[in-house]
Design a protein around this ligand. Structure first.
Ligand code: AMP
Length: 284
């Protein structure tokens, strides 16, 4: 496995590789990332991973400085999973002096996480566009865990005609239900118990859906009720169309339910898709 730190080295590697499956990450890798890498290894000639904690997607009060970093363990995991190349650029490599261009996504990026974290998706789109330009993969693998990010990146990729297949992969969870996240490292033991309220609430809505409930107001209320407990500071519950992410006002056959909450020192997000599979979510 090649570990490279400059775009020039990536390009040299790329020229000798076949169809590249690409997994962009911010490191502190866990089983959720591993599932994406395994899929890239299985579906493409070679798999490439990037590890870069991207400063432009963090707000001034976000956790950029404290974000967990563990390059040594990350590289060992990538190697074990069969990645062919890992790109670990410095901040200067991605944003050299004079860097001035930013990608401004559309309406999708103003809702939910975009509303809670102004400018977040400008940073995400900008770094993903740069990484796509450097790595030039056939396919790129993103997690359902960050469903809005998946949709924003799919839309950007379509609009900018990158010709890269952006594949959504299911959320990997702890056995008790908590969605895996690098930010779970911020949780104390008691926080982890409290954090289970998010997945429990989403699964409760899923049970209602399986029983035939389609009223978005009823689904929303159930999530709010289950998630609301002391030590879980709910930011939002959204029951939305999976393509536009607009809040649903009436029954629909396909739904994404998203939650965001603060638990202990962590800000957590999670979601479920009802009536569709993330593999089927395309650029449209
Ligand atoms: P991050 O390192 O948090 O920026 O995430 C890198 C990629 O891994 C993104 O596409 C995430 O959506 C994905 N990811 C993060 N957590 C999970 C998870 N629990 N299951 C599946 N994919 C995940």
């Amino acid at each position: 496995m090649k570990v490279v730190r400059t775009a020039t080295e990536v390009r040299a590697w790329r020229a000798r590789s076949g169809r590249v499956g690409f997994v962009p990450t911010m490191g502190a890798l866990h089983a959720g990332h591993a599932a994406l890498i395994e899929r890239a290894v299985a579906e493409c000639d070679v798999a490439a991973v990037s590890i870069f904690v991207n400063p432009t997607q963090f707000g001034p009060h976000d956790d950029f400085r404290s974000y967990p970093r563990n390059e040594f363990a990350d590289l060992a995991l990538c190697e074990r999973l069969g990645a062919a190349m890992v790109f670990v650029p410095s901040e200067d490599e991605m944003y050299p002096a004079g860097d001035a261009t930013r990608i401004q996504p559309g309406a999708l990026a103003l809702l939910l996480e975009g509303a809670a974290r102004p400018g977040h998706f400008v940073g995400v789109c900008t770094v993903v566009a740069k990484l796509f330009a450097i790595v030039r993969p056939e396919a790129a693998y993103f997690g359902q865990k960050d469903f809005q990010q998946l949709r924003v990146v799919q839309t950007m990729t379509r609009d900018l005609r990158f010709g890269i297949r952006v594949v959504g992969c299911p959320t990997v969870r702890e056995p008790e239900g908590l969605a895996m996240s690098s930010r779970n490292a911020y949780l104390e033991a008691e926080d982890r118990r409290n954090a289970l309220a998010l997945s429990r609430a989403l699964f409760a809505a899923g049970d209602l859906w399986s029983g035939g409930e389609r009223d978005p107001a009823v689904l929303r209320d159930r999530v709010k009720k289950v998630v609301s407990q002391p030590d879980v500071a709910l930011e939002y519950v959204s029951v939305a169309d999976p393509y536009t992410l607009e809040e649903l006002r009436g029954p629909a056959g396909q739904v994404v339910i998203s939650v965001a909450a603060r638990v202990g020192k962590a800000r957590l997000i999670d979601n479920v898709l009802l009536g569709l599979d993330v593999d089927g979510v395309g650029p449209g």
